[in-house]
Design a protein around this ligand. Structure first.
Ligand SMILES: Nc1ncnc2c1ncn2[C@@H]1O[C@H](COP(=O)(O)OP(=O)(O)OP(=O)(O)O)[C@@H](O)[C@H]1O
Ligand SMILES: [Mg+2]
Length: 533
């Protein structure tokens, strides 16, 4: 019997002519039985494994081929809940993405950031709901980010529907790496609501929270050379932590309110700019003498809008192309500033020796038209909101093309410190709202042109000299201001005397040359006389 089975198998293999095809139909239960009995005690070990394995395989195949679709339909009837996973891009991916964006965008991780946005949204919702939390140091900004521990659930109500969120950490298909996700579970009736409204709402809110929690930055541009290579780095930054707000900015209240209203309107009108097909940007020109608070105003604007600052040093930019590269890397919600535009670039240089619109400064070949084109057109493509600020001490020197309305939407004159501005400084430095010595200070400030920077400096000195006594501080201030007023008057008198002396010298020089001319004609006349003789 055993011989028969072995022979049959051998014959079947041979018939196949070397190929490993076995004609199974030639096997009979008898020959199979003979084989099994020949295997002897090994069978007792293999049989339970086969028994356990074969039905599972069979069941799986049957389930996959036949039952799966039906089972799904059945399950849907029994369990109407749908889940959506928002996966963490993964440690490796995240690292790559982070560095990619850091180099491209000078530091902010941008783009597809759904996982972080959802986490931020949930951290606001879950810290009051979930009982087991995890706190991690925030990648950007202050403090800790609180999130759910794995396996925790929180419920979120949206338009009357309940959404459940849980944090899961699962092994990925194919084994190996684990992947963390935020899992949303909802009733299938709310499918459209979730896709069309809830998820966009979660992302929008999460983005706002991430934005609000981040640490703001002050960027400055590097020399053009350093970003011409592949590993370019156009911007360097420090964390921006300037304490100035509009509350502590000394200027006429009505003017200040107008600027704040303008910024508010700008921030709210994204939809309007989109509909009108205009880039969402606004330009401000700050002009006034040194020390009147132009740079301070920019810090107050950035704090008010919660924007980053990009401080463009134009003399470091070699040409239009580099300027374009530089500006294209600025992120949305930022203030781009070009300080002292009249000094960093020779806007009034001899037009005869340069091509039309070319700006020269420190070897820079940035042209006015290049600058204006970027300001006008560049950011329409990137769609974000941006504020552009130019500052100058000499508005009269600027090229009209640069400051015409529409380009610079608002011209803001920063002026000398008068009574109203002084009230703010007194509050900032001495924490006092009213005092009988204010009148004396107002008198001086009304007559004399003293900058807020000078008044602030006097107040600092006053504070140091008299500790916390407001009256002696203000007396010190009045003395100091009187001294400065006298210095100012002296400087003005000296300048006037100098101008007069120069004018006199010039007049004398003119007289001398006229006299020479006269002498010359006299001689000539004499000669004439002589000839006549
Ligand atoms: N309007 C103001 N309100 C509050 N503080 C001011 C104001 N103006 C000037 N200061 C004080 O004076 C200092 C110098 O002012 P700031 O640098 O803003 O002047 P600026 O107009 O930018 O001068 P520059 O033209 O030289 O750049 C500030 O650090 C601030 O302390
Ligand atoms: Mg300044």
């Amino acid at each position: 019997m055993a011989a028969t089975a072995a022979e049959t198998a051998a014959a079947a293999t041979a018939t196949a002519g070397g190929c490993r095809v076995v004609r199974w139909r030639r096997w009979t239960f008898a020959s199979l039985g003979a084989l099994l009995s020949n295997l002897g005690p090994v069978w007792f070990l293999v049989a339970p494994l086969l028994a356990a394995y074969a039905p599972r395989r069979l069941l799986l195949t049957y389930f996959n081929l036949v039952l799966r679709r039906r089972a799904r339909r059945l399950l849907a009837a029994v369990d109407p809940y749908v889940t959506v996973d928002i996966p963490d891009p993964g440690a490796a991916d995240a690292h790559q993405q982070y560095y990619h964006h850091r180099s491209r965008l000078g530091g902010r991780r941008a783009g597809d950031n759904a996982y972080e946005e959802v986490k931020a949204y949930l951290s606001a919702a879950c810290s009051s709901e979930a009982r087991e939390l995890r706190a991690e140091a925030a990648a950007e900004g202050r403090g800790l980010v609180v999130s759910m521990r794995d396996g925790q659930d929180v419920a979120d109500e949206f338009r009357g529907a309940t959404m459940w969120w849980s944090s899961v950490d699962e092994e990925q298909q194919g084994g190996g790496a684990r992947r963390r996700s935020q899992r949303l579970t909802f009733h299938q009736l709310h499918r459209r609501l979730v896709v069309d409204e809830y998820l966009p709402h979660v992302r929008r809110r999460g983005r706002e929270l991430l934005f609000h929690n981040r640490r703001r930055r002050l960027y400055t541009n590097n020399k053009s050379l350093s970003y011409s290579s592949v590993y370019h780095k156009a911007w360097s930054y420090v964390n921006f932590d300037h304490p100035t707000t509009f509350e502590t900015l000394a200027m006429e209240p009505a003017k200040k309110a107008a600027i704040m209203d303008d910024l508010d309107a700008f921030r709210r009108s994204g939809e309007f700019y989109r509909r009108a097909g205009k880039p969402w940007k606004r330009g401000y020109l700050l002009h006034g003498p040194p020390g009147t608070g132009k740079s301070t105003m920019i810090a107050a604007m950035a704090n008010y809008l919660d924007y980053d600052i990009y401080d463009v040093e134009l003399t470091m930019v070699s040409d239009n192309n580099d300027l374009r590269k530089l500006l294209i890397e600025t992120t949305s919600k930022s203030i781009v500033i070009i300080e002292d535009i009249d000094c960093s670039l020779d806007l009034t240089g001899d037009r005869a020796t340069r091509r039309p619109g070319e700006i020269r400064g420190g070897g820079s070949m940035v042209t006015l038209s290049g600058l204006l084109n970027f300001i006008d057109g560049l950011w329409s493509a990137s769609g974000g909101e941006r504020v552009v600020v130019f500052t100058t001490n000499h508005v009269e020197k600027l090229d009209p093309a640069l400051i015409r309305r529409g380009r610079m939407d608002m011209h803001i004159e920063m002026s000398y410190c008068r009574a109203a501005a002084f009230r703010t400084l007194a509050k900032n430095y001495l924490d006092v709202d009213a005092h009988h010595l204010f009148d004396a200070v107002d008198d001086i400030l009304d007559k004399e042109d003293i900058t807020p920077a000078d008044v602030a400096e006097c107040l600092m000195a006053a504070k140091r000299s008299s500790d916390s006594d407001v009256t002696s501080s203000l007396e010190f201030l009045v003395d100091e201001l009187n001294k400065r007023a006298m210095e100012n008057a002296k400087a003005v008198a000296e300048a006037k005397a100098r101008a007069e002396a120069e004018a006199e010298a010039k007049a004398m020089a003119d007289d001398d040359s006229e006299e020479d001319d006269d002498n010359y004609s006299d001689d000539y006349t004499d000669d004439d006389d002589y000839d006549d003789d």
